[in-house]
Design a protein around this ligand. Structure first.
Ligand code: ADP
Ligand code: ADP
Length: 233
């Protein structure tokens, strides 16, 4: 059974006169460890799709299943990163990355007892993305690309089995963006997790994903599924 499964899911925002259909019936299955990219025009429902998978939104009809559980409320096994890195401005890089350990159960209880393994993991993640030496800096002291690296580390801190990425590199210049593709790939290779990456950038999708879903304009539906059986390390 797929790790993430959407069965004839639809989504409409609002009701009556105000109703905005955002997703036409959408079905898909994503295997554990698969790296999926979702591409399509602005407004076609890509962000909404991620919110349905994470349980932040409830489908108007159809079923969403993640890790063999029907999604009816926000789920804990996800890590998320967005176009805006959303780092807390008063916290150092290290303490931003540690945030999920402080919040997400069962890590929260363990973290309270013994912070050391979490601090070690956060430092290790920051090393992987090239932020060694920046642990104590505040977000404003980092470049946009560095903030996005930290945001990726934070999304992975609690070892989520599913990573949801909504245009994480959309605000970066082309050079930095391509650097971060390699960063994301190296994080993924340390220990593959399932990824759903929403992007406008077809090159990004081709570089990173095993499977690409192409969506139609609003209300979105899946027009095309392309699978690339990439050689994997
Ligand atoms: P994308 O991520 O592909 O740009 P979204 O999922 O953000 O698309 O939006 C899909 C459609 O749903 C768009 O037409 C958008 O305006 C609409 N929409 C998104 N969020 C809301 C909301 N909270 N209320 C009403 N309409 C919304
Ligand atoms: P993006 O395409 O980068 O995901 P959007 O501008 O479509 O960004 O949406 C930004 C946020 O605003 C999203 O959280 C979305 O749900 C919300 N949103 C989008 N369209 C509407 C809308 N028509 N009404 C209310 N909220 C909306």
């Amino acid at each position: 059974r797929p790790f993430v499964e959407l069965d004839r899911v639809t989504l409409t925002y609002g009701e009556g006169e105000e109703a905005t259909p955002a997703l036409d019936p959408t079905s898909l299955g994503i295997a554990e460890g698969e790296f999926v990219a979702v591409v399509g025009p602005s407004g076609c429902g890509k962000s909404s799709l991620l919110k349905l998978v994470s349980g932040l939104l409830k489908a108007s009809s159809g079923n969403v299943v993640v890790a063999a559980q029907e999604v009816t409320a926000p789920i804990k096994i996800v890590g998320m990163a967005f176009q805006n890195p959303n780092l807390l401005p008063w916290r150092s890089t290290l303490r931003n990355v540690l945030l999920p350990a402080e919040i997400v159960q069962p890590h929260r209880a363990r973290y309270r007892r013994d912070k050391a393994p979490y601090v070690e993991r956060a430092r290790q993640l920051l090393r992987t993305v090239g932020l060694e030496g920046f642990e104590q800096k505040l977000p404003w002291q980092l470049s946009g690309g560095m903030q996005q690296r930290a945001s990726l580390c934070r999304a992975l801190m609690h070892e989520p089995s599913l990573l949801l990425l909504d245009e994480p590199f959309g605000a970066l210049d082309a050079f930095t963006r391509e650097e971060l593709w390699a960063v994301l790939q190296s994080l993924w290779m340390q220990k593959p997790f399932t990824v759903i990456l929403v992007t406008h950038d077809l090159r990004e999708a081709l570089y990173l994903a095993d499977t690409i879903y192409v969506m139609s304009a609003r209300p979105g539906r899946i027009l095309l599924r392309k699978n690339f059986d990439l050689p994997r390390p």
